[in-house]
Design a protein around this ligand. Sequence first.
Ligand code: G3I
Length: 346
Amino acid sequence: KPNGLKEVYKNNFLIGVAINANQINEKNEVQNALIKTEFNSITPENIMKSLLIHPKKDTFNFELSDKLVGLAEKNNMHIQGHTLVWHSQLSPFFKEIKDSTEMVNELKNHINTIVGRYKGKIDAWDVVNEALNDDGTLRKTAFLDALGEDYLSLAFDLTKKVDPDAELYYNDYSMTIPAKRAGAIKMIKRIQELGTKIDGIGMQGHWDLNTPSIEEIEKSIVEYAELGIKVAITELDVSVIPMPWDFSGADVNVKFESGDPTMNPYPEKLPDSIQVKLAERYEAIFKLFLKHEDKISRVTFWGVNDGDSWKNDWPINGRTNYPLLFDRNNEKKKAYYSVFNLKSDS
Ligand code: G3I
């Protein structure tokens, strides 16, 4: 029997995980061992975002990212850099730049310094993250304002120049919404028409028990692959609790603070019936990934265990969610076994 997920899927795609400072710490022995057994790709969940790695024009903090790269190298893991150009968790100095020449120079400095430091070590980069609105138009950001839409190809060109061997990805969420999908395809075609190298697209998997449908996920994988690029499923986590928009018109914050159980339905323990639903959902998702394994380079979970997940605090702080394959004690959930057994039994 294979030892962990990375062995189960070794002929199909990489199995990745996002980690934070807490998992880099050597004292976190349980999670360190788990990461080593189960996963063969690492993404920094927050550590390499501009606000943390490049907080001021001339200040770079490489302490944590060096440790993360060291840990991944020690364990022979693929590393996905996340992320070079993103409007969120963005260093304040970038937000203030209005002049195009200054923006080009600062982007150059940002990319040259970070990508240069990890040249040959970081295998792939999320070069640009979340440049699209859900209607498929380009999101208004400091980069778009200063440089127009070709800031996108510029970012890819600059990265390629520093590390020609690194794989370059565009990464975004809600990539299964038809309008956004059409916008993403248009955007990538334009980048390709300019002669810019782009190797892949990351579909963030911030999904829930029912949405998006398997059909929409499949359509998206197929259509993105038709661009001649790899598809990675990134940031996978399946929420099991309702989202505020499931309650039309509800003033969710007030309701949650007053203890409305529908907003935090399982504060102590996930009921068995929902565990089973989560396992079935993960099984259906991974069946689909296997069907399209020729198009998929990597599937990355957004966090090690349920307690680490950002989904506990989103979109309302303090909820208890259970979106991953390991519980708060790092024990394997039913969902883990549904993903593991899908292949290892066959
Ligand atoms: O580190 C500080 C800590 O010192 C402070 O006490 C605490 C108080 O709020 O905040 C901590 O920083 C938080 C950070 O995560 C580290 O835990 C930030 O507030 C919080 O905003 C930040 O959230 C991250 C989020 O990106 C920011 O947008 C999530 O962990 C991270 O999972 C999430 O990841 C993004 C992807 O990068 C891009 N796609 C969407 C995805 C989910 O939002």
